[in-house]
Ligand binder design. Structure first.
Ligand SMILES: NC(=O)c1ccc[n+]([C@@H]2O[C@H](COP(=O)([O-])OP(=O)(O)OC[C@H]3O[C@@H](n4cnc5c(N)ncnc54)[C@H](O)[C@@H]3O)[C@@H](O)[C@H]2O)c1
Length: 277
């Protein structure tokens, strides 16, 4: 899809109240798209909407929990009622859960699968058939993660959802080719957003001190969501199906392909070092 000029088109973004979702929504708006955006954080959503409106875009905001299929159906309905179409669908809303498998309660699995995986499925389920019926093509961007192809210890729940999003997206890509709808699964890397601060942690390392260390590490890396958004749209322009974004995501992507044992040894060494501290 040509995403250099999106005048007259509509971008749909879930989890647009913060981080990568906000940056992607504003990047679409900067290219001329009107927006239909949702989040559970209404204040964050309003801030994103205000910035896009200041740039002259029409914006429809909906408080939507993406893990609720009915709410996502309403979000799609409202999008069509008020803006009449969807051209770029970004399934971005997501949460982080960290901790050893044995310490993560089952309810947390239900929550993270509901948001990170089913949220993406519901977004596609309620928007893609309408995009196909409209017949003007488009693009689906599913935000996965490098945890969609590498499996670090202490992240089994998050990793399970992101592997699933990656596989789902690759399958969907082949199905939608004949409809002129592209699909890109995005694997960002270490991005400076609020995900570490808001993520839920379990087990012996679930301390405020450890969380602060994580937040500081992401801040030091300082790869911004705005930079992610620009590189995502570049990947869409190039028709990439799987799009690692930051350099570390590319290193892990090729590392997993050509030396998976080395990636596993590295992840284990990092984990052991962290646990010794
Ligand atoms: N930050 C990173 O390093 C990183 C790396 C790889 C992938 N990702 C993925 O990027 C996506 C965006 O994360 P981010 O880093 O921008 O984090 P973020 O916390 O800044 O943004 C996530 C947004 O999703 C919203 N959200 C959470 N649960 C929701 C729900 N049930 N319904 C609707 N909205 C909901 C939050 O309110 C928030 O606005 C996530 O899918 C995340 O897994 C992030």
């Amino acid at each position: 899809m040509d995403v250099r000029n999106l005048e007259g088109q509509v971008g749909v973004v879930t989890g647009a109240g913060s981080g990568i979702g906000r940056a992607l929504a504003l990047a679409l708006a900067a290219r001329g798209a009107d927006l239909s955006i949702c989040d559970v954080d209404e204040q964050g959503l309003e801030e994103t909407a205000r910035t896009a409106r200041e740039r002259g875009r029409r914006v429809v905001c909906t408080r939507t929990d993406v893990s609720d299929a009915g709410a996502v159906a309403d979000f799609a309905e409202k999008t069509w009622n008020e803006l009449g179409r969807a051209d770029v669908l970004v399934n971005n809303a997501g949460i982080g859960v960290g901790g050893p498998f044995v310490d993560v309660p089952l309810e947390e699995w239900e929550t993270i699968v509901g948001i990170n995986l089913k949220g993406v499925v519901y977004g596609c389920h309620h928007f893609v058939p309408r995009m196909i019926a409209a017949g003007h093509g488009g693009h689906v961007i599913n935000i996965a993660s490098s945890a969609g192809f590498i499996a670090a210890p202490g992240m089994s729940a998050y990793t399970a959802t992101k592997f699933a999003v990656l596989g789902f997206s690759e399958s969907l890509h082949l199905e939608l080719l004949d409809h002129g709808i592209g699909v890109t699964a995005v694997c960002p890397g270490i991005i400076n957003t609020s995900i570490v601060r808001t993520g839920r942690m379990y087990g012996p390392d679930a301390t405020e001190e450890r969380r602060e260390e994580g937040v500081r590490a992401f801040e030091r890396r300082n790869y911004t969501p705005e930079r992610v958004a620009e590189n995502v749209l570049r990947a869409v322009q190039r028709g990439r199906v799987v799009a690692p974004i930051a350099p570390e995501a590319w290193v892990f992507y090729y590392g997993k392909r050509f030396a998976p044992w080395l990636v596993r040894a590295f992840l284990r060494a990092v984990d052991r070092r962290q646990r010794r501290r």
